[in-house]
Ligand binder design. Structure first.
Ligand code: MN
Length: 175
């Protein structure tokens, strides 16, 4: 492992959230906070499928490990599990490969500003190359797309495994 390999990692988390409507909260660490998108249908391992991902407010980095119940009357009331988590890293796409966390974060900011971020995920469920692509004219609307690689699988429903990668509980089993 290269020097500072651990330090330069960036975290992602996908929380399955049984709010008024079930959705998956897709969160990427950037600048010490969690950029967040709500994905009603959840991620798909099929490279032919584009999933709507609506940008929502950033969350505190501490929220990445949250699993439990948001109390009735609060925004997003309902149960939450950590459906997947791990590291992610931006893809250079022909540009210079980011060597440090700072370079990676600068690249991510540029790509998000331009409306397309390609990145590699090192999760337990989500792996390989993915992209977030902004839908023009709609500020908050993005698409989450799986790139065609060895981790793409049109025949696999990755949502079938509804268990938390932390506790092993499904939303229903969560107390
Ligand atoms: Mn949510």
């Amino acid at each position: 492992m290269a020097m500072n390999e651990t330090e330069k990692r960036l975290l992602f988390v996908v929380q399955k959230h049984a709010a008024r409507r079930l959705h998956y909260d897709f969160r990427l660490e950037l600048g010490g906070t969690l950029l967040s998108w709500a994905i009603p249908k959840g991620p798909s391992a099929d490279y032919g499928v584009k999933r709507l991902a609506t940008r929502v407010e950033d969350h505190a980095i501490e929220y990445a490990s949250f699993e439990g119940t948001i109390t009735e009357g609060s925004y997003g009331a309902g149960k939450v599990i950590v459906w997947d988590t791990g590291d992610y890293w931006p893809e250079a796409e022909g540009g210079p490969e980011p060597q440090t966390r700072e370079e990676a974060e600068a690249l991510i900011r540029r790509k998000l500003e331009a409306g397309k971020l390609a990145f590699t995920m090192y999760g337990k469920k989500l792996k390989g190359s993915w992209a977030l692509v902004k839908i023009r004219k709609e500020e908050a609307a993005w698409l989450l797309i799986k790139h065609r690689d060895e981790h793409a699988n049109p025949d696999l429903d990755i949502l079938e495994d509804g268990r938390s990668v932390v506790s092993g509980h499904t939303l229903e089993e969560l107390q």
